[in-house]
Design a protein around this ligand. Structure first.
Ligand SMILES: Nc1ncnc2c1ncn2[C@@H]1O[C@H](COP(=O)(O)OP(=O)(O)OP(=O)(O)O)[C@@H](O)[C@H]1O
Ligand SMILES: [Mg+2]
Length: 233
């Protein structure tokens, strides 16, 4: 298993406002697999992704990524882990407002020696003509595509995507999913994709369904549908 999660727990607040958001999650994803995480709003999907990304500390439990335990790592070790392994597409983009599209992507390009080709990525994501604009000058979908380009440019081993197609129309969503599928095939990138869209699960290897901070169901998808053939995006 590339990702091994054992009985993780995570809560916010204290005393009166204390809520346990992740309530004992145990699961795993194989190397090179794409996995969809589904579940109602508030079920803990983003929190789960943030914990795997080393952005949110756990209360207890274990998260191993390619054999390395990340729970309990120092801040410095965590940033090394993120730099060396991770691409992150956030639910709310998190672009740097004072940097242009190209500069936002470049920030991550410098993190690796084996970056993907900038021009090719700008072209694939339909950002070529927007490259010199600032995030405030972009539509939601364009910002989302910029966030995806930023996560992909350093060709990460593990890609965590929180609603990567949430703000996109159906055609653009399909283009993005085809791109993710190509990258998965070409580089063996392990991917976790949180989505409310019920079609995306058909293209991935595994589905995890969350409910109230727990895994309510998980299964392997034995008959994958190519992204290009997905309907109802
Ligand atoms: N920083 C925080 N402080 C306090 N509570 C939080 C914090 N972040 C998340 N929560 C709570 O944790 C629960 C799970 O939130 P989370 O964002 O993980 O849900 P989600 O499944 O991603 O939902 P959505 O589909 O709406 O994005 C929610 O009840 C939320 O209010
Ligand atoms: Mg969320």
């Amino acid at each position: 298993m590339y990702l091994e999660v054992k009985d993780i727990r995570k809560s916010y607040g204290e005393n009166g406002s204390y809520t346990e958001v992740l309530r004992g999650i145990t699961t795993g994803v194989e190397k090179g697999h794409m996995c969809v995480i589904q579940g109602p709003s508030g079920s803990g999907k983003s929190t789960f992704l943030n914990c795997i990304g080393g952005l949110d500390p756990l209360d207890s439990g274990s998260i191993r990524v390619n054999g390395t335990e990340i729970a309990g790592l120092s801040q410095e070790a965590l940033s090394d882990y993120r730099r060396e392994n991770l691409g992150f597409v956030f639910q709310f983009y998190n672009l740097v407002p004072d940097l242009t599209v190209k500069e936002n992507i470049q920030v991550c390009e410098y993190l690796t020696k084996e970056a993907l080709d900038m021009e090719e990525l700008l072209e694939t994501l339909g950002l070529r003509q927007h490259r010199d604009k600032f995030p405030s000058q972009l539509s939601g979908g364009q910002q989302q595509r910029c966030a995806i380009a930023r996560a992909l440019i350093k060709n990460p081993k593990l890609l965590l995507c929180d609603e990567p197609t949430g703000a996109l129309d159906s055609g653009t969503s399909k283009d993005i999913l085809i791109l993710l599928e190509e990258i998965n095939k070409k580089y063996g990138t392990t991917m976790l994709i949180v989505t409310h869209n019920n079609s995306i699960k058909d293209m991935v290897h595994k589905v995890i369904v969350m409910k109230d901070g727990q895994v309510s169901r998980e299964y392997r998808n034995e008959s994958r549908v190519p992204a290009a053939e997905l309907e109802d995006l």
